[in-house]
Design a protein around this ligand. Structure first.
Ligand SMILES: [Zn+2]
Length: 115
């Protein structure tokens, strides 16, 4: 039998959900072929749900691992961006210093030429 939720019976007919009325399984839902034929599909919904979970959980774990890697990559990029910002601030200070120095040299040179 196919795992997970059935979409149709092997005979090609659709699936309907019923609720068990037997004393043993009272209230338990199940999938059954629309034709209700004896040898056609019958499956407990709980069983199908368990199979869905078993198949999906490993995929969730893979996504969690990938997400963890992406998070650490983002953290690294944030650190690089912060360091670049600090470098830019330092360079601005150096450039300002050089401009001031250039102005002083120009004025001093002008004074030297004039006097
Ligand atoms: Zn069928």
């Amino acid at each position: 039998m196919n795992r997970r939720f059935p979409s149709n019976c092997g005979c090609g007919a659709g699936i309907t959900t019923f609720t068990s009325g037997t004393q043993e399984n009272s209230g338990h839902p199940f999938f059954r072929c629309e034709t209700r034929g004896e040898d056609h599909l019958f499956k407990w919904v709980e069983e199908a749900m368990l199979e869905e979970l078993e198949d999906v959980l490993p995929k969730v774990e893979v996504h969690e691992t990938k997400l963890g890697k992406v998070k650490s990559e983002i953290k690294e990029l944030m650190e690089i961006a912060l360091n670049n910002k600090i470098e830019i601030q330092k360079n601005k200070v150096v450039i300002k210093g050089l401009v001031v120095y250039a102005c002083i040299v120009t004025v001093a040179f002008g004074a030297y030429v004039l006097f």
